[in-house]
Design a protein around this ligand. Structure first.
Ligand SMILES: C[S@@+](CC[C@H](N)C(=O)[O-])C[C@H]1O[C@@H](n2cnc3c(N)ncnc32)[C@H](O)[C@@H]1O
Length: 356
């Protein structure tokens, strides 16, 4: 999707160059056209990393033949840019050992996934016989991300309570000891969020956007947002959908997600709230949004309170509507001026319908 948007943007530049009498070929030989090398990635699973790189090339070639017809792409067609790195995006370490007990035997734990049927209740319960060694991460430190202008991601959905089972005690402890400014109570995804927010506030990233579970709004995860949205320099949310239906890629389960885009400095954002959901003909979920602009706080939630229901507007007489509209515009301009003047002063913005 990102590659397609970059190619469209490039198309506009090429059209301008055409108008100035330049040719596409020159850019291609100079290696400045948009291709997968601008899209960097970090993926821990070797197969997923290879597939991600392949998908980029398929997208690139589809775009090429769609827009250039029979013209062959620059040679060699596939280049090994190594732009999708196969590694952990959160934790770097010198080596991983297995933790040993006093007699030198490996300490083990339940593998976090194998279940058996309980002999009495018949319910699925953890199968303690499925054990894996407990890891110890030596020289653990925060993983570095490659230099980039924008980061987008769909990190794994692992809630705080499942982290030890899914990732192992050794990993979770190494991560928590390494990233001290994130509370231990947060979901796994918040480590991506925190790292991207830090880079954005430091000016190394322009924007980032993540799909997360909608638990982003819950108290413990919200603390990470609050830390960055209230900090100096400040992070702002340029866009947010607080609660949206989604299908989990791991097991096809229906889940609820949030999407949020963080950006440098204080600014108004676009909040899109799902107001209705239904089944589309193609089996997808069709969603209707209500959009609002304004400062988005750590708990972006549209509150449809009864405040105006108590004071219904009387019917207007001739000419009143135009006057009301003119006053409303003046009021809106005044609100925007005041918000801009007092942003960052510590007092929450005054809006009737958003909780901040
Ligand atoms: C929800 S899937 C998203 C897959 C794909 N990026 C997409 O958007 O369709 C999460 C991905 O994160 C990867 N992942 C999990 N833990 C990771 C880590 N610590 N570092 C890097 N990638 C990780 C998983 O292997 C998985 O491919």
């Amino acid at each position: 999707m990102t590659l397609e948007h970059l190619k469209r943007l490039e198309g506009e530049v090429l059209n301008q160059l055409d108008a100035f009498g330049d040719t596409h070929g020159k850019l291609e030989t100079e290696g400045v056209t948009v291709d997968p090398h601008q899209l960097l990635g970090i993926e821990i699973n070797p197969r997923a990393a290879a597939i991600a790189e392949l998908v980029l090339w398929i997208g690139y070639l589809q775009w090429h033949f769609r827009t250039r017809g029979q013209v062959m792409p620059p040679q060699p067609v596939l280049k090994d840019f190594h732009n999708i790195e196969q590694r952990d995006a959160l934790l770097a370490y010198e080596r991983m050992d297995y933790a040993l007990d006093a007699s030198g035997r490996a300490i083990t734990r339940w593998d976090g996934k194998t279940m058996k049927q309980h002999p009495v209740t018949g319910e699925d319960v953890p199968d303690e016989a499925a054990q894996v060694p407990l890891e110890r991460y030596v020289g653990a430190r925060k993983a570095e991300w490659p230099r980039a202008d924008f980061v987008v991601g769909n990190p794994p959905f692992i809630g705080n309570k499942r982290m030890r089972d899914m990732l192992g005690d050794g990993y979770v402890e190494a991560l928590r000891n390494t990233v001290k400014d994130v509370p231990d109570s947060v979901d796994f995804v918040m480590y991506w969020w925190d790292h991207a927010a830090e880079l954005t506030r430091a000016g190394s990233l322009r924007r980032f956007g993540f799909i997360t579970t909608n638990s982003l709004r819950q108290t413990y995860n919200r603390r990470v947002l609050e830390h960055h949205l209230n900090g100096k320099p400040t992070l702002a949310l340029a866009f947010a959908i607080p609660d949206h239906p989604w299908v989990d890629s791991a097991d096809g389960a229906a889940v609820r997600i949030s999407m949020a885009v963080g950006t440098q400095a204080t600014r108004d954002g676009l909040l899109e709230v799902v107001i209705s959901e239904g089944n589309a003909i193609d089996g997808e979920v069709s969603v209707t949004f209500e959009a609002r602009t304004g400062w988005i706080g750590p708990d972006p939630r549209y509150q449809n309170g009864p405040c105006f229901d108590n004071f219904p507007f009387p019917a207007t007489v001739a000419g009143q509507q135009a006057r009301i509209r003119a006053y409303a515009e003046q009021l809106d301009a005044h609100r925007k001026r005041q918000q801009a003047a007092h942003r960052g002063s510590g007092s929450p913005p005054c809006t009737t319908c958003w909780r901040n």
